[in-house]
Design a protein around this ligand. Structure first.
Ligand SMILES: Cc1cc2nc3c(=O)[nH]c(=O)nc-3n(C[C@H](O)[C@H](O)[C@H](O)COP(=O)(O)O)c2cc1C
Length: 202
């Protein structure tokens, strides 16, 4: 069994059997100062690399900012975050921005699957992080234009999410309101609400 830093109350209370890593993945807001090693980061990137994608186009890019190695970029990503996210994400030792290439490299046509495929790659990264005792927290709350400008993201590419990466820390290290969210029960819609056998129902 891989190492786990997922507190028992953060494990997904799944109602049908699922793999342990899927239950252990969650989106923390508290991170310790422990660095993410080069080997760990390499594993995360490799996990993303092997995601499925339309035409195998692999439209994702990732801007990675390690606080100890790319401090200016780390600070720049912090500056792009919404106020809510700025309250906790700067603590993470690694911040990233996922980016989708909007056309197919092989024919220049628009790739309407670019966001879908980029999300799939990040989902694989999230599971690999959980396998290593790390976690990622994806954020839609950031200024796309500012990220594009300060990180030099070229035309034809769209920032999709800011992502915090690190070792989960104690909820008690967070301000009160965030600490409460960090310990609130994890919830999901019931499967029956969104699965439609045969045809759309309900
Ligand atoms: C595309 C995307 C955008 C998100 N944006 C934010 C955000 O801006 N701020 C935040 O705190 N969490 C954000 N989240 C995290 C979700 O709130 C979180 O995944 C959800 O509540 C389920 O919790 P879990 O990941 O711990 O299972 C985002 C997640 C995704 C996938």
């Amino acid at each position: 069994m891989p190492p786990t830093t997922t507190p028992p109350d953060r494990e997904a209370p799944a109602e049908a059997p699922i793999e342990a890593l899927l239950r252990r993945r969650w989106s923390p807001r508290s991170y310790t100062d422990a660095p993410v090693t080069d080997a760990q980061l390499a594993s995360l990137l490799e996990a993303a690399r092997w995601a499925a994608s339309c035409f195998n186009a692999q439209p994702w890019h990732l801007v990675v900012a390690r606080r100890d190695r790319e401090p200016a970029a780390h600070a720049a990503i912090c500056e792009c975050l919404s106020g809510n996210n700025q309250a906790w994400a700067p603590q993470a030792p690694v911040l990233m921005v996922s980016v989708a290439r909007l056309d197919f490299a092989h024919n220049g046509r628009p790739n309407r699957h670019a966001a879908y495929d980029t999300g799939a790659a990040m989902a694989q990264m999230a599971i690999q992080a959980a396998a290593l005792g790390l976690q990622i927290h994806q954020m839609g709350g950031f200024d796309l234009d500012k990220a594009r400008e300060t990180l030099g993201i070229p035309e034809g590419h769209e920032p999709r999410a800011a992502i915090a990466l690190g070792h989960p820390g104690a909820a008690s290290a967070l301000p009160e309101e965030l600490a409460q969210r960090e310990t609130a029960p994890r919830q999901r819609r019931p499967v029956a609400e969104w699965v439609h056998y045969g045809a759309w129902t309900g």
